[in-house]
Design a protein around this ligand. Structure first.
Ligand SMILES: [Fe+2]
Length: 375
């Protein structure tokens, strides 16, 4: 295990029904709030009105319409509103895209320039408004992490950014809000959580505690999905907490590693904006394991041993593929509508070469992953 410093500054209130108490918990942050939501879910389920009712005497300015794979222009619009209105805090009510966009908005309200200049590392954040997250989807872990992803439709690129100013101040995790999610969204989330947990396991240094947590999280997410898909929505609470843990420093501290699979997926959904992050990962996960298994057989083997009680990595991945297919989680790039894989390959190599090489993957290996994922 390598040396590390541990920091987890987000206060998390994980409680069934906590949304009904959101006003009380948010009030101390000020008098004026900028609420960021997606296109439909929060409004259609009455969550925006319910939140307004809980904040009597406070101003709640609503910016709606953040799309999946949040884009620079829509984030810029929200940033203009934040700079004009000068709220005391930003509230993100929605899934990973909404929370990621809100992280940019909260930080950019106090900074100059455009979001893409920060995404590419040209500028660095120095401050942020307090950010409160109310996640409605268990997937990204964005409710309590320092990362945000943004897409640039002009360059067809999608970039993940770490900033210490992205840490939300407060996260209100109410699993009941997730009970009415469409199955497709839950499926995407399941694959995203599994992917977050295994990235460092495959690419990082040996760390037995962190790897043990990872094995338990992935196994429990798989079991929770089986229960949820057979109609037992109460198991959503396992997915909710797993989404926060899977990307947290509880797993990454002392282990390090890189988001290699995510690097490939970001290139994919950067080029094909209509492919959701979770669906892209669902197409790439097994091909990635098959190719990286040749470079890191001991890592992949110990993971398949923990999950399927199969030590040999190739047999283990076959079991994993079978499980994904049986559970309706498997996707193909062809089925998702991706056509030109050479552009995806080029973008992935350009933006994630370091990550790929950290697990000894070459450009040919990258091509192999994409080809295997195609059909
Ligand atoms: Fe992800």
């Amino acid at each position: 295990m390598r040396d590390f410093e541990f920091r987890f500054p987000t206060r998390i209130v994980f409680k069934k029904g906590v949304f009904k108490k959101a006003g009380e918990l948010i009030s101390p942050f000020g008098e004026k709030f900028l609420l960021i939501t997606g296109q439909r879910f929060a409004q259609e389920h009455g969550l925006v009105d319910a939140l307004k009712e809980q904040l009597p005497g406070k101003r709640l300015i609503h910016f709606k319409g953040i799309t999946p794979n949040p884009k620079v222009p829509e984030v810029e619009n929200a940033v203009s509103l934040a700079r004009e209105e000068k709220p005391d805090a930003v509230i993100a009510l929605g899934g990973g895209s909404v929370m990621d966009a809100a992280k940019y908005v909260a930080a950019m309200a106090l900074s100059e320039g455009s979001p893409w200049e920060y995404a590419t590392g040209e500028r660095k954040f120095r401050a942020s408004l307090p950010l409160i997250t109310i996640p409605t989807v268990p997937a990204s872990g964005s409710e309590a992490d320092p990362y945000a992803v943004i897409s640039n439709p002009e360059t067809k690129e999608k970039r993940g950014l770490y900033s210490p100013y992205f840490w939300p101040r407060l996260a209100l995790w109410d699993p009941i809000l997730t009970h009415s999610l469409p199955v497709k969204i839950i499926k995407d989330g399941v694959v995203d959580i599994i992917s977050h947990a295994l990235e460092g396991y495959i690419s990082g240094e040996e760390a037995v505690l962190q790897n043990g947590f990872t094995e338990v999280i992935i196994k429990q997410v798989m079991e929770a999905w089986e229960r949820v898909s057979s109609g037992y929505r109460e198991a959503m609470e396992i997915l909710c907490w797993a989404s926060t843990l899977a990307i947290s420093p509880f797993l990454s501290a002392g282990r390090g590693g890189h988001f290699v699979l995510h690097g490939i997926e970001h290139a994919l959904s950067g080029v094909y904006d209509f492919i959701s992050h979770g669906s892209g990962l669902a197409a790439l996960l097994i091909p990635y394991l098959e190719v990286v298994g040749e470079k890191r057989p001991e890592r992949v083997s110990s993971l398949t041993k923990a999950l399927f009680d199969v030590y040999h990595w190739e047999t283990g991945i076959s079991e994993w593929r079978e499980w994904m297919e049986k559970q309706g989680l498997m996707q193909t790039l062809k089925g998702l509508g991706a056509k030109d894989l050479s552009l995806v390959e080029e973008k992935a190599w350009e933006t994630s070469r370091d990550r790929l090489e950290s697990v000894d993957l070459t450009r040919e290996d990258l091509r192999k992953i994409l080809e295997k994922a195609y059909d």
